[in-house]
Ligand binder design. Sequence first.
Ligand SMILES: NC(=O)c1ccc[n+]([C@@H]2O[C@H](COP(=O)([O-])OP(=O)(O)OC[C@H]3O[C@@H](n4cnc5c(N)ncnc54)[C@H](O)[C@@H]3O)[C@@H](O)[C@H]2O)c1
Ligand SMILES: [Zn+2]
Length: 361
Amino acid sequence: MRVLVTGGAGFIGSEIADALVSRGHEVVVYDAMLPSAHGGVPPRPMRDGERLVVGDVRDRDALAGALAGVGAVCHQAAMVGLGKDFADAPAYVGCNDLGTAVLLAAMADAGVRSLVLAGSMVVYGEGRYDCPRHGVVRPGPRAAADLNAGRFEPNCPDCGAELVPGLVAEDAPVDPRNVYAATKLTQEHLASSWARATGGRAVSLRYHNVYGPGMPRDTPYAGVASFFRSALARGEAPRVYEDGGQRRDFVHVRDVAAADVAALDAVCAAGPAGFAAYNTGSGEPHTIGEMAAALASAHGGPAPVVTGEYRLGDVRHVTADSRALRDELGWKPEVGFADGMAEFATAPLREPGRVVHQSRL
Ligand SMILES: NC(=O)c1ccc[n+]([C@@H]2O[C@H](COP(=O)([O-])OP(=O)(O)OC[C@H]3O[C@@H](n4cnc5c(N)ncnc54)[C@H](O)[C@@H]3O)[C@@H](O)[C@H]2O)c1
Ligand SMILES: [Zn+2]
């Protein structure tokens, strides 16, 4: 089958394209080569079975050409991260939401009925919390006064008790807390509307914190693992915000690519039209402090420094229950935390002037 992978020159899209080619699929890599993601560096070389189309997902004519002969779309293209400030909002909404709408319209025209979308755990806001007295509760955003005083854990909104963090499931209420998160949720709503209107099948994989070789260098758009890894590469200590106790689910990019392949199989199989979202996490929660320590130790130092700084709007804990993806799509993560971090500690990042795509250990 021919698969269009939007954002296929990016960190996760490259790995998906690789996984698809090695399963004998033909891949059209469709990517605008955003300067914020690539820093003006030319695209990685294409492998046999891949064809690059440099184009924007907001360009319907270019998409119409690229969709010729395509059986399914894997939509990874997006502006990622928190950006610099609110002035980035129109660019996020343009790339992520207008872009998704244009892509879905082009797919409707071309009769392509199978879609996998790169979703995100950011749609949940804070993760799941249990109060000993009130059961599952939903703490609001943390106050600057608490964070300044080093009170990082959210408390029960009803009784102020300490909360126990848990695993968030797909039916948890959504609570997007920044522009990027809002655009990722809108992408899902658009995909769901498209499925209903066209009889298509769509799956959104709500990735948790993806890491691995080829991750972009530290920019305002990159994730925390990349910041730590970049600091170590400069010989500097990773600077860990808050008290380092923030819990996340770090999932390896090869496992994410395998989830995309499984989801593509599912949306291409015969079945009823519709939309489904799946958490995509390792199922092995770790703290940011543990991640920094694992990277620093595998890199040979320097040891992380816990700074007590914070970013207003960051959530304290969010970790995934990815059972549905395992049970319904037969996916299983293969790369454990210790092995994955040891590899990532020395694997190259995507640096300006040198595009790295290392798909195998
Ligand atoms: N990295 C993570 O931890 C993570 C977590 C959750 C969700 N995601 C999602 O996964 C997807 C891939 O992210 P990534 O980490 O590989 O980021 P990335 O920046 O490496 O890749 C995104 C790619 O999309 C391209 N792109 C952006 N806007 C485009 C447009 N308008 N038209 C065409 N191409 C465009 C960029 O040039 C880039 O190559 C995104 O949808 C992101 O929201 C990533
Ligand atoms: Zn309570």
